[in-house]
Write a protein that binds this ligand. Structure first.
Ligand code: P1T
Length: 387
């Protein structure tokens, strides 16, 4: 289907792409088609809707909107970010090798290292901020490189275009988890990535009220392989969840601008605080990949990690004394959250690997929400005063 919204800019596409008024009722908002099955008019299952695992009109509205955000051509929605990842990895077969960035969401690490490796895929985890590490890990059977940028939780920036060249020179696909940046600030397909993955649970949904995932592609050949996998594996979102993600996307542009502005203010405050030993935010000039971030992103996002004394009792006291920030995993919602990666999001990563990549007991990850930034800083001030 041709996308009439193509010539429009990001914020306009986010509101209108795939979301034309409903032709049968005029409803401005796409209806929630809460039906598992659809009336068939003949024995031909190749057109129209048949069964909601295969396709559903609300999910299709989301699947049309997603590629318009990422400047791709095809979108597939899933029941979670990990469902999207699992489906993408089914492009590979037993004996294939994947080079993965080591600094990825703990659940991704676990899916690769504990589950898919049992099914005959081989994984090498590297510090992908240095392209040489990726080059050294490539083998004749390497079929995919998997990265995040910015990474979870260290906020490292990985050179997407550089890794795309490397992967393609070896005949491998590059998949980029674009959850942290969101398509508002970064479009990996335009930098050479083959697959973009999202946990739509985060910035796309934006309100901490839905679990979802997505894959976005430019090439038809990949879509033709992944579209059947989506329905064969069956990890699809229900219509209401697809609708919630679509509703979140409508305000993505304004939310991301404010997330980034608030995160910048929080990062600058933390840098100057004597009890904070390090701050990881790609928008700070002292961030080791600040220049790369400025080149491949159009803004630095809403996530900030920082380090207190590596003392679990002190960290817990700090987290519990916050009044606006909630101690919780996940990110990308309107409300500010703080997580402790070593015991929460990355507890499944072996301790030795965690330490090697800087996930100390003092590391705190902060999803800066849309509250007034002065209130957020006042909250940090009072909590830091108590530790
Ligand atoms: O939770 P789910 O929707 O399945 O998404 C998994 C996922 C994938 N990629 C990234 C970069 C993520 O951060 C996540 C989920 N992360 C958290 C729940 C968290 O607190 O980091």
């Amino acid at each position: 289907m041709t996308d009439q919204t193509r010539p429009w800019r990001f914020a306009t596409r986010a509101i209108h792409s795939g979301q034309e008024p409903d032709p049968s009722t005029g409803s401005i908002v796409p209806p929630i088609h809460q039906s598992s099955t659809f009336l068939m008019h003949d024995l031909d299952t190749s057109h129209g809707y048949v069964y909601s695992r295969l396709g559903n009109p609300t999910r299709q509205a989301l699947e049309q909107c997603l590629p318009s955000l990422e400047e791709g051509r095809y979108g597939l929605a899933f029941a979670s970010g990990l469902a999207a990842e699992t489906t993408a990895l089914h492009l590979l077969k037993q004996g294939d090798h994947v080079v993965s960035a080591a600094d990825v969401y703990g659940g991704t690490y676990r899916l690769f290292a504990e589950v898919l490796s049992q099914w005959g895929l081989e994984f090498t985890f590297v510090d992908a901020t240095d392209l040489q590490n990726v080059a050294d890990a490539m083998r004749s059977n390497t079929r995919m490189v998997w990265i995040e940028s910015p990474t979870n939780p260290m906020l490292q920036i990985i050179d997407i275009a550089g890794i795309a060249r490397l992967a393609h020179a070896h005949g491998a696909l590059l998949a980029v988890d674009n959850t942290f940046a969101s398509p508002y600030f970064q479009k990996p397909l335009t930098l050479g990535a083959d697959i973009v993955s999202h946990s739509t649970t985060k910035y796309l949904g934006g309100h901490s009220d839905v679990i979802g995932g997505a894959l976005i592609l430019s090439r038809q050949e990949l879509y033709d392989r992944l579209k059947p996998l989506q329905s064969i594996i069956g990890a699809v979102p229900g219509p209401f969840d697809a609708w919630l993600v679509l509703r979140g996307i409508k305000t993505l542009a304004v939310r991301m601008r404010q997330h980034a502005e608030n995160a910048h203010a929080v990062a600058r405050y933390l840098v100057a605080h004597p009890k904070v030993s390090r701050v990881h935010y790609p928008g700070l000039p002292e961030h080791p990949q600040h220049d790369l971030a400025a080149r491949q992103m159009t803004g630095f996002g809403g996530m900030v990690s920082f380090e207190l004394k590596p003392d679990l009792e002190l960290v817990q006291r700090f987290l519990r004394s916050l009044r606006i920030f909630s101690m919780a995993v996940s990110l990308g919602g309107v409300e500010s959250l703080m997580a402790h990666p070593a015991t929460m999001t990355h507890s499944s990563v072996p301790e030795e690997t965690r330490r090697r990549f800087g996930i100390t007991d003092g590391l705190i990850r902060c999803s800066v929400g849309l509250e007034d930034k002065d209130d957020l800083i006042t909250d940090l001030e009072q909590a830091l005063a108590g530790v």
